[in-house]
Design a protein around this ligand. Structure first.
Ligand code: UGA
Length: 435
């Protein structure tokens, strides 16, 4: 089957490459000529484990190609995925749909024959209706069916998530489109991944509901962690005790510095706006958003307290900058608020991240960068573990301590145990666990 994917960002690129790997003939389209040129040379614009090899293999097999020309790319396609960005609109938090609608307009005259247009981008309820309206009003002869097929992949595990999804949600209003989408996902069907057909609005809302619920689950355990600190309980054991109940489940119950990334912050905010638009307030999500924002800021105060209440002219080492491991994505990363909070209080901050330093340089002013965890610790009055990259999980604690001015370790991901760190003479602060 011939498939075009418009937008070669995270979701678009992973979708295109994986669909090619299923045996479909895929063309990935993006307006950014330098991105397309790089992809044609086999260079991947994002850090995602396994993606480079998959691009190389499928390009060599002739199933995957890249272009900047939307019209050429979609002409013979039976299915066109729209996977362009839907960032938060400046000022009001609504999802900015200008890119999605721009593509819909361009598609109207470019497609030929019956074409299924699929929104993969996370879009508010009713966007599919608007996409269909734009295409039909631009070209009344266009024979298209608009489908919603939200993506649930996680950065850092994107290929695995795409190929072995918990479920695929497809919102269709048209029997022909339903048959085409079943064919697109047939290889996964054979893997027994549940393919759930529903209507378009339900599919659109399902994506937001899932992300908001996960964000709420994380925020819930983060508040429990605070309560554990106040009462002397242990959040990891509370999470385990809760998670063993199948109705709750143990995943997404790791307390930490607050969620970040390109999805949860943007999607929770957009969901609040959708609730307001439809006069159906999403109060739990509103609270989740504000509790998480406050938490990210509160983490710098936690570091300051661990340093005796004052960080002026002290050196604080930061391990990990990206919003989570195995990505180079810095969007809404808790490290940004934490570092700014420390700089504001007069600290000198030295940071290291295996992949995030390039983006961090442009985002955070006044921070210095080092090239290893041990270099970060040099002359530091405290080291703060912000992102749980594997290379920070088994640090040589004796070596880390050797260069430090005062051995204070603030572990915002509960990677270490109190006894093993204390053994090396560290003063140790973690999240929601007794000291
Ligand atoms: C998230 C969802 O997990 C995906 O299902 C969804 O497809 C994606 O958003 C999206 O909408 O595109 P992602 O943002 O890549 O994926 O990352 P997650 O692994 O979900 O982590 C998000 C944030 O929550 C990170 O900052 C992470 O550190 C934090 N988190 C996660 C916790 O603090 N505790 C947890 O237990 C889990």
């Amino acid at each position: 089957m011939k498939i075009a994917v418009v937008g070669s960002g995270y979701v678009g690129l992973v979708t295109g490459v994986c669909l090619a790997d299923f045996g479909h003939e895929v063309v990935c389209i993006d307006k950014d000529a330098s991105k397309i040129a790089a992809l044609e040379r086999g260079e991947i614009p994002i850090y995602e484990p396994g993606l480079a090899a998959l691009v190389a293999g499928n390009t060599a097999a002739g199933r995957l190609s890249f272009t900047t020309e939307l019209e050429d790319g979609v002409r013979d396609a039976a299915v066109v995925f729209i996977a362009v960005g839907t960032p938060s609109r400046r000022g009001d938090g609504h999802a900015d749909l200008s890119y999605v609608y721009g593509v819909a307009k361009e598609l109207a005259h470019a497609v030929s024959g019956f074409t299924v247009v699929v929104t993969k981008s996370t879009v508010p309820v009713g966007t599919g209706d608007e996409v269909a309206h734009i295409i039909r009003s631009t070209n009344p002869d266009a024979d298209v069916a608009v489908v919603s097929n939200p993506e649930f992949l996680r950065e850092g595990a994107a290929i695995e998530d795409f190929k072995r999804p918990d479920r695929i949600v497809v919102g269709v209003e048209d029997e022909r489109a339903r048959a085409v989408m079943a064919e697109v996902y047939r290889p996964l069907y054979l893997n027994q991944a549940p393919l759930m057909f529903t209507n378009r609005r339900t599919a659109e809302l399902t994506k937001y509901a899932a992300n908001a619920f996960l964000a709420m689950k994380i925020t819930f355990i983060n508040e429990i962690a605070d309560l554990c600190e106040a009462t002397g309980a242990n959040v990891q054991e509370v999470a385990r005790g809760m998670g063993l109940d199948n109705r709750i489940g143990g995943k997404f119950l790791h307390a930490g510095p607050g969620y970040g990334g390109s999805c949860f912050p943007k999607d929770t905010l957009a969901m609040v706006k959708i609730g307001q638009d439809f006069d159906s307030p999403m109060r739990l999500v509103e609270t989740t958003v504000s509790v998480n924002d406050q938490r990210k800021r509160a983490m710098s105060r936690k570091v300051i307290t661990a340093c005796g209440g004052d960080v002026r002219d002290k050196t604080i080492g930061v391990l990990g900058l990206t919003f989570k491991p195995n990505t180079d994505d810095m969007r809404e990363a808790p490290s940004i608020d934490i570092i700014r909070g420390l700089l504001d209080r007069g600290a000198r901050v030295v940071a290291y991240d295996p992949q995030g330093m390039k983006a961090a340089r442009e985002l955070i002013e006044g921070v210095e960068f080092a090239n290893s965890a041990y270099a970060v610790a040099q002359d530091a009055h405290a080291v703060v573990l912000v992102t749980e990259w594997n290379e920070f999980r088994s640090l040589d604690l004796a070596r880390l301590k050797r260069g430090m001015k005062t051995p204070v370790l603030v572990d915002l991901r509960n990677v270490y145990r109190h006894d093993e760190v204390a053994k090396h003479g560290f003063s140790y602060v973690s999240i929601g666990r007794p000291q």
